[in-house]
Design a protein around this ligand. Sequence first.
Ligand SMILES: NC(=O)c1ccc[n+]([C@@H]2O[C@H](COP(=O)([O-])OP(=O)(O)OC[C@H]3O[C@@H](n4cnc5c(N)ncnc54)[C@H](O)[C@@H]3O)[C@@H](O)[C@H]2O)c1
Length: 252
Amino acid sequence: MTSQGTRLAGKVAVISGASRGMGLSHTRAFLDQGARVVAFDLNEDAGQTLAEEYGVDRVVFLRGDVRTAADWSHAVQTGVERFGAINVLVNNAGVSPLQRLESVTEADYRRVIDINQVGTFLGMRAVIPAMRESGGGSIVNIASSAALVGFADIFSYVASKWAVRGMTKAAALELVEYGIRVNAVCPGDTDTPMIRENAKTPSASMPPAEDLPFGRWARPEEVSAAAVFLASDESSYMSGTEVVVDGAFTAQ
Ligand SMILES: NC(=O)c1ccc[n+]([C@@H]2O[C@H](COP(=O)([O-])OP(=O)(O)OC[C@H]3O[C@@H](n4cnc5c(N)ncnc54)[C@H](O)[C@@H]3O)[C@@H](O)[C@H]2O)c1
């Protein structure tokens, strides 16, 4: 468990890709700060554990695909029916296969764009009516340091994450009239199953952890801290921007 508090007390959050890695960490951090959470993922691995740990009155875990508008509607509807509102969305689900421009297939490129970019768009669009009903809300899009600079060997991923950052700014301007803030978190290399998988193959996109300015990857909870801040009222005058949690990587 992360530290306990009340920074998100009274808030209901939808979090995608919550079965493992950072999505699971965000879900725990939100629950630990008093939020109630509708979590979803392609698989429900973490669902039972979270329900046992926090109680079914605090967290609902659904099976869902961010590429499917109906799954987003189901998540939003579940939040409204079970917890009475939707105040926060964390668009976290994503994939990051190693792919080079000269050899990536059209199908593989479209898959990454579909999950990382279209999934983020569908999530933002889905929560707008419920957030308007609540008088506002906070959308947190998980982008990446790959939304700030280019990286070799993860071509589709870089394209999708720059799109997430751009959508964040465009959505912030459109949704300000409803009191909905939209921000991005840009993590650097973070210790999750995704990066452990990628680290098995030497690639230009991932220097060894000891060569990073901090000499290590981020811990998932160090990124969740930024998500909690952006979801909370502490960031009430922040919208259309990004919080970079990359241990000075892009400062180089
Ligand atoms: N780990 C890093 O170094 C790093 C760095 C920057 C940004 N990110 C971003 O953070 C987010 C989380 O990454 P992670 O490292 O925890 O990854 P991860 O692979 O460990 O976990 C991702 C989760 O998303 C789920 N998911 C994948 N496709 C889905 C879909 N179509 N619908 C619903 N759920 C789906 C997976 O089942 C998995 O549980 C991603 O958006 C990723 O791009 C990760």
